[in-house]
Design a protein around this ligand. Sequence first.
Ligand SMILES: [Zn+2]
Length: 298
Amino acid sequence: MTLTRRQFTTLGAASLFASPAFSQTMIGENKITSISDGNLTLPAGMIFDHVPEETLAPLREQYGLTEVLTPPCNVTLLQTGDRNVLFDVGAGSEFMSSAGFILDALDAAGLYPEDITDVIFTHAHPDHIWGLVDDFDDLLFPNATYMIGQKEWDYWTDPNTVDTIDSGRTTFAVGAARRLARIEDNITFFNDGDEVISGVAARATFGHTPGHMAFEIRNGPNALMVLGDCIGNHHMAFEHPALISGSDQDGDMGAATRVALLDQLATEQMQVLGFHLAGNGIGRVERMGDAFRFVQDS
Ligand SMILES: [Zn+2]
């Protein structure tokens, strides 16, 4: 294949990245691949600062959590008919050096950037949308059409958001607005319950961001939910789903969303693919008394 300019500029960093690039599951005839964009590198306090020590200590012990968290970034690729659909586009090169490797993972899965036909966004945080453009501000997926929840679009394209968002996320607002402006002529909007493409239904999962959406990919009795960040980790979000997470912009709403969704996923035993869940993010939700745990598919 011909190297794109973006691949050329990231080749040095990417070669250091050794995790498996992708893994797959099937929902009927639909092939679903977890594409690794790398991982985040975050101070644990970002999520846990307000959590009492007696709650946190057992989590640290059980999940081996340290002061720096390195959650994976698992982009979902759905291949159905002749379409190659990405759910989110990863972090690109401007967010953090440990993320932004989606092209290498796609390459390993046998796809060129030009092969992507559709991009559907869960939300517009940097690790999900900054990979929309390359280092030259060209669209990374030039042949794709784009889709996003109406409410999410309205929030990040509102010129007031940069002033109303908490100060720690000002760059999120600036970065999202700049990138969404690049696709304003090539994007369509959807709402809760809409079928965004055949067999894929949007599910309002607000709280992490004002318009966050998950997606249910269904084929007969088989289904998988693309979670995005509405269930944002495999430890606290499962063991204490009602606890407010520092990564949610509206903590109370994020918690209510998480509790309801985990209950449904455990009851229906629906497969999930979580952007920041452990490993490749593919697994199921198991009930444990009043709490839950994430069981990875092997
Ligand atoms: Zn994220």
